[in-house]
Design a binder for this molecule. Structure first.
Ligand SMILES: NC(=O)c1ccc[n+]([C@@H]2O[C@H](COP(=O)([O-])OP(=O)(O)OC[C@H]3O[C@@H](n4cnc5c(N)ncnc54)[C@H](OP(=O)(O)O)[C@@H]3O)[C@@H](O)[C@H]2O)c1
Length: 270
């Protein structure tokens, strides 16, 4: 069976990838931790579009998860023609106050598992001379983001890694692309422990993000920023020194995420 494999498919952007690819007739393998949501989505999409939808419930932050997932799709005879590395989470707050274990787990999921899955599924794609990989990064990849420091750094990794692999794999008929959404209406902010979305720009809908991604995939782009507003913001930020951008973002976010019971270094030294 040929299929698209989507990680983080139980909600948000990953679920929307599943919906839009199923509507195009693609068979699916959906991956996330919440089995009940995956089972429901598979049943719904299979019935509605006459496709084969399977799931694997797995915590991809675990050390051997990527290898276990690859072995499972091999065992089921699934040929993954499209891989969408979408599962990730963020955490907001002063780096020093966020739990270290959670930050390291973020690196395991957002980077380690994404690299492992890309390596495992890219090999057979190269051998077949065809295949597509979308790695979901973020507009946070383009600049340092104080109070989301580790998350933004993981996404900078994903963007750089994907653009490099795009060039490496072009001669072999395999297309690797980074998708960079801006703020999008999903569970992301709740999962990141954010109570107020106030400092963020207008939110996009997951359906718009995924439409942009699939159109860019057809044009064989190396990366795509979703939404004109996000694109213009990312481009305009390049005109300023990175330190200026970092200070501006710190000012915008600190009232929402920094602990305000103590003066910041900037306030103490002003
Ligand atoms: N929403 C935004 O504003 C925004 C902006 C830029 C980029 N992004 C990126 O978009 C992607 C999708 O996020 P989203 O916005 O759709 O957020 P979301 O609604 O929270 O979805 C995250 C998905 O990842 C899965 N997941 C989380 N931890 C996992 C783990 N350890 N193992 C396996 N699956 C796991 C979740 O399912 P389970 O909980 O069931 O495991 C869920 O399906 C992420 O890469 C995110 O960084 C989002």
């Amino acid at each position: 069976m040929n299929a698209a494999l989507i990680t983080g498919a139980s909600s948000g952007i990953g679920e929307e990838f599943a919906r839009q690819l199923a509507a195009r007739g693609a068979n699916l393998v959906l991956v996330a931790r919440t089995e009940v949501k995956l089972a429901q989505l598979c049943a719904e999409l299979g019935a509605r579009h006459g496709i084969e939808a399977q799931y694997v419930a797995l915590d991809l932050a675990e050390a051997e998860a990527a290898a276990r997932l690859f072995a499972e799709t091999e065992r089921r005879g699934v040929r993954v023609e499209t891989l969408i590395n979408n599962a990730a989470f963020g955490a907001m707050g002063d780096f020093i106050e966020l739990e270290l274990e959670r930050q390291l787990r973020m690196i395991d999921l957002n980077i380690r598992s994404l690299v492992a899955l890309t390596h495992l599924y890219l090999k057979p794609m190269r051998a077949r001379g065809r295949g597509e990989i979308i790695n979901v990064a973020s507009t946070a990849a383009y600049q340092p983001v104080p109070y989301m420091s580790v998350y933004a750094a993981t996404k900078a990794f994903v963007l750089s890694f994907s653009e490099a692999l795009w060039a490496e794999n072009r001669p072999y008929g395999v297309h690797v692309m980074a998708l960079c959404p801006g703020p999008t209406e999903t569970n992301f902010f709740a999962a990141a422990g954010v109570e107020s979305r106030a400092p963020f720009r207008a939110m996009q809908k997951p359906s718009d993000v995924v439409r942009t991604a699939l159109a860019a995939l057809e044009r064989r782009r190396s990366s795509v920023v979703s939404g004109w507003g996000n694109y213009l913001l990312v481009q305009s930020e390049r005109l300023f020194p990175r330190a200026t951008i970092a200070r501006a973002i710190a000012r915008a976010l600190k009232n929402h995420y920094a602990k305000r019971d103590q003066p910041t270094f900037e306030e103490k030294t002003r």
